[in-house]
Structure formats: structure tokens, C-alpha cells
Design a protein around this ligand. Structure first.
Ligand SMILES: [Zn+2]
Length: 399
């Protein structure tokens, strides 16, 4: 049973048409999947445009099969970000190449860009993740950022990718830290879905929330072993968890199984330039601790306090960030902290799916007390916590 839930949000009924985008049409997974995927790609188009990050196909031996296809392949980078400016220039690249299929190669942002370009140009899309840092290869959703990397909005797409190629050899070339981040993003599914949808009576939402619990438990059990042995069977299963099962949950749960505070905190942090060295999943993992801390401070929720202690142990074991300092934000000013908190609390933010009202002062207090020992009583909005956090490096130098 979820440790708590929001009845107000999940018991609504609707007469509107539900659009389900559950899964990619085809998923090919294996140690040499890319080598064996040529015919599956060729079925989708003859003139692929590869949308990638800064790793070119020629520079990456594991991506050579894409160049060796008997197809007219062109490549274009998403620079500077998955932003409106990049999307415009990529649309031009699609037109110039007369592309008939888009292939996204890279991390979450490259894949989000590829999916969105394909959607806008009404072309099929293939996703080839080069790390296990997110489930972007699976989902029918793209996040759009500013050129400077600040999160702006997300776009729901009409369908999941036409083909997902999960090549373990390719994933293994990514830094270990990307898989750790993917684990952080994946476990957030449980902490957020159980709050936003834990009370749902809808069959597929119940299934999504329960799968999120299964995903969390799998990762609790297997992550440490997987990280010790990259390429091993247990490592492959953890990759499957972060790239595939996390995607299944998003697909089953859909728009009603939304993110809550963990991703809202991530979105707020992206507006601080100092946060850009931290990966999406690292910021989200920290955001889970903030969300639990809010539930402790505002609701006096003891289960949230216990869950936070459990996570702190897990984070220490696999090296996920626990504090702003761990994210490289130990020196931010109180003004910057407030800026991130205000963005996370904007009226459209998913943070308002919490079953209680939240204001930026409360969020700031939670953000600077993620590692605090479990309290015995209910604290008073946590304002005191802000004033007693000089040890977290939040000096108010701006005001
Ligand atoms: Zn995420």
C-alpha cells in the first residue's frame, strides 16, 4: 500500500477521451542490438536524419552500424539544448536532407529533441539511448528547455517511438554516473506516483503505481551489485529497469500518473546555472528527499520520515546526491535558493499535487534539511530550518 495518497486529485472522473501511449511499437535489446537492427530501421525509412549530442557517429565505434547501413544517413546535433532554437534549425536539417525517419542517439535531451522533431514533422522516430540515465527512449513526452538549459515546458506526443534500440555495449560506454542518475530518476516514479495516483480506482493507474513499487524494490536490491559489475547480467537488468520499466510506468499511468515535488524541485534547480553539472536524475533524486521532507514538516508524516532515512542509506551506497552541496550548489545564495523554490512553486507546477498547500518558504526549508535526523514532533513550517542552515552554505549575499 502506498504510504500516502492524494484523494482530491485521483478520484476525479472525466468524460474526455483518454489517449494512451503505452509503449514503443518495437523494442530491440541485446549486447549487439544496433548491429542487428538495420533492417528494422530500414523498414521505417530510407533517408534517416540522426539527431545526436556532441558524440558524432564516426567518433563512436559502437555507433558505426548506423553509418554502414545502405541508407542515406545525415546527422545533426541538437545545439545548444532541446530548445525552440535547436528545434527550428533541426527542422531545416530535416527539410534539407528530405529525411523520412528521425533517429535520436544520445541521452535524454537528444532523444527528447528527436522525438519532438519527428512529431512536428510527422515522421517515424527511432530512439537509441547511449546511457541508462532516463526513460526518454521509451516515453511519448519531450521536455523543452531554454538555450541556457532552464526547463520551460513539456510536450505530450501522439505516440511512443516506433523503434527503441537498447544496445548494452553502447550503454556500457557511458560513465557509471549516468546509470546512477537513471536509478534516481526511476525510483522517483514510486514516490511521485503513489502521491499523485495512489488512491486511484482506475485499473491501469493502479497497475502503474504498483509497477513503480516493483521498480523501486528491484533497484533497492540490485543497484549496488550492478554498479560493481558493469556489463553483467544484474547490470543489464538494472539498465532494463531504468530505461524500460520506468518507461512502462509512464506509459501505463499516462498523464494522470504525474510527477509531484521531486521533478518540480528539479525544474526549479535547472534555473540556477550552477546546477547544470548535475544530471537530471541526480537533481530528481535530491528532489525525492525534498518531497519526503515536505511531507514530514507540513503533515508530520512519519512514514515519509522513515522513507527518507531508508533513501539516505541507499543514496550513500550508490553515490546519489543527498544535499545541495552534493549537487554542486553548496555556495548558492539565499536569493538563488528562493528563485529555484519560486519556480518550483509556480501555479502550474506539479508540486501542487501534494495533498497540502506549499509556499516557497516551506520548500526552501525542506531543500536545506534533506539530511536532517528524523524529528519526533511536527515542525512549524520549517522557517527555523532556513535560519539554521549556514552549514549548508546558503549565505544571503544578494540582498
Ligand atoms: Zn525524470
Amino acid at each position: 500500500m502506498p504510504y500516502q495518497s492524494s484523494s482530491a486529485l485521483s478520484s476525479q472522473t472525466t468524460n474526455s477521451l483518454l489517449c494512451l501511449t503505452v509503449a514503443p511499437s518495437q523494442v530491440l535489446q541485446g549486447t549487439d542490438a544496433l548491429q542487428q537492427a538495420k533492417s528494422a530501421i530500414a523498414r521505417l525509412g530510407k533517408r534517416p536524419l540522426v539527431v545526436r549530442g556532441d558524440r558524432t557517429l564516426a567518433d563512436t565505434p559502437q555507433l558505426q552500424p548506423l553509418l554502414n547501413m545502405e541508407l542515406q544517413v545525415a546527422e545533426a546535433a541538437y545545439i545548444p539544448d532541446c530548445s525552440e532554437a535547436s528545434l527550428e534549425s533541426l527542422k531545416q536539417a530535416v527539410a534539407n536532407h528530405q529525411a523520412d525517419v528521425i533517429i535520436g542517439v544520445g541521452g535524454g535531451k537528444a532523444l527528447d529533441t528527436a522525438k519532438l522533431i519527428a512529431y512536428q514533422c510527422q515522421l517515424p522516430v527511432v530512439t537509441i539511448p547511449t546511457s541508462a540515465a532516463t526513460c526518454a527512449a521509451w516515453t511519448a513526452l519531450s521536455n523543452v528547455y531554454s538555450d541556457e538549459g532552464a526547463f520551460l515546458y513539456d510536450v505530450s506526443l501522439l505516440k511512443c517511438p516506433d523503434l527503441l534500440i537498447l544496445d548494452y555495449n553502447l550503454i556500457q560506454t557511458a560513465p557509471q554516473r549516468t546509470l546512477v542518475a537513471g536509478i534516481g530518476d526511476a525510483i522517483a516514479k514510486w514516490y511521485e506516483a503513489s502521491v499523485s495516483s495512489g488512491n486511484s480506482e482506475q485499473t491501469l493507474i493502479i497497475a502503474a503505481v504498483q509497477q513503480a513499487r516493483v521498480l523501486r524494490d528491484l533497484l533497492f536490491q540490485k543497484s549496488a551489485a550492478a554498479l560493481k559489475e558493469p556489463g553483467s547480467t544484474v547490470w543489464q537488468e538494472v539498465v532494463n529497469a531504468t530505461v524500460l520499466l520506468a518507461g512502462v510506468i509512464g506509459g501505463l499511468g499516462g498523464a494522470q500518473c504525474r510527477t509531484v515535488a521531486a521533478h518540480a524541485v528539479h525544474n526549479g534547480l535547472t534555473h540556477l546555472p550552477g546546477s547544470h553539472n548535475a544530471l537530471h536524475g541526480e537533481k530528481v533524486a535530491y528532489g525525492i528527499l525534498v518531497q519526503l521532507r515536505l511531507e514530514e514538516m507540513v503533515q508530520g508524516n512519519k512514514l515519509a520520515a522513515t522513507a527518507r532515512q531508508q533513501l539516505l542509506k541507499f543514496y550513500a551506497e550508490i553515490n546519489l546526491p543527498q544535499t545541495l552541496d552534493d549537487l554542486g550548489l553548496g555556495e548558492i545564495t539565499l536569493t538563488q535558493l528562493r528563485h529555484a523554490a519560486e519556480i518550483a512553486c509556480n501555479p502550474n507546477s506539479d508540486i501542487h499535487r501534494l495533498p497540502f498547500q506549499i509556499v516557497p518558504d516551506q520548500l526552501m526549508a525542506a531543500m536545506v534539511s534533506t539530511t536532517t535526523p528524523v524529528e519526533t514532533g511536527r515542525s512549524n513550517l520549517g522557517i527555523a530550518a532556513i535560519n539554521s542552515t549556514a552549514n549548508q552554505g546558503c549565505e544571503d549575499t544578494d540582498s
